[in-house]
Design a protein around this ligand. Structure first.
Ligand code: F6R
Length: 242
């Protein structure tokens, strides 16, 4: 665990973990969307611009995607990750993968989920997986009660998650109810999991994940079983740790 003095420092510490793996040669990155990873992406973009950190040999996989949004929809996580990170560095567009959740037909979604797992496997697995945490302890969109062994699949978003993410949608738009998300088992397979959390709203979830029992009630607690997990917190997110 790394305790940081500022939000910016959480970004720098996580980004340096990514940078040192990227500098070793071709690698597979796992990317998260949302507010928590933004300082990480900002720092990585700076490293690309100012010190020539190249992503040309990287492959990237996003964690999750809303069902029913087309990849070019600005609210899709694929578009978001392009706008906030990948589009600002030299990671080739063909090397960015995300679950294809555009067709809401359940059979198409099951097929897309299995295909995503296979694409990750064929890429050799994820070397470094960036994670945020939901106020209810979710990672990816593995909401409480998710199986600790789950793989990429269709998942219903909780009302709280839909409300938390309503800020990315217009007032007259509804937040999708379903998503495709990598499973907790998929995340456990990554070689290094890096979770970043900032702010008091995450403090209870962080305490449950780090100090509570390993339980599907707090999906992030599965990281206690991960052989190489790093949790990077600012003071507010760490404030309920014993
Ligand atoms: C997003 C994701 C989610 C978020 C979590 C925290 O791809 O997988 O688990 O990381 O909801 O979101 P923020 O960072 O916006 O508080």
């Amino acid at each position: 665990m790394v305790l940081c003095e500022s939000v910016a420092e959480t970004g720098q510490v996580a980004a340096e973990i990514f940078a040192s793996r990227i500098e070793q040669g071709p690698c597979v990155l796992g990317l998260a969307t949302g507010s928590s990873p933004l300082p990480v992406y900002q720092y990585l973009i700076r490293r690309y611009r100012e010190s020539g950190l190249s992503f040309a040999q990287c492959t990237a996989f996003t964690l999750d995607e809303y069902v029913g949004l087309q990849p070019y929809d600005s609210r899709s996580y694929r578009a978001t990750i392009r706008d906030e990170f990948v589009g600002h560095v030299d990671l080739p567009t063909r090397s960015l993968h995300s679950p294809d959740a555009s067709d809401p037909d359940p059979r198409a979604l099951r097929h897309a989920a299995a295909a995503y797992e296979e694409t990750i496997r064929l890429a050799g697995g994820i070397d470094v997986q960036l994670l945020g945490i939901g106020a209810n302890g979710h990672i990816g969109f593995n909401e409480p009660s998710s199986s600790l062994a789950s793989r990429t699949r269709i998942k219903a978003l909780t009302q709280q998650t839909r409300e938390d993410n309503a800020r990315f949608f217009g007032e007259d738009e509804t937040v999708p109810k379903l998503c495709l998300t990598q499973g907790l088992g998929t995340i456990l397979d990554s070689r290094h999991a890096v979770l970043v959390a900032q702010g008091e709203a995450k403090a209870d979830a962080v305490a449950a994940a780090v100090e509570g029992p390993v339980s599907s009630a707090c999906p992030a607690s599965v990281l206690q079983l991960h052989p190489h997990a790093t949790v990077i917190l600012d003071a507010a997110a760490a404030s309920r740790l014993q």
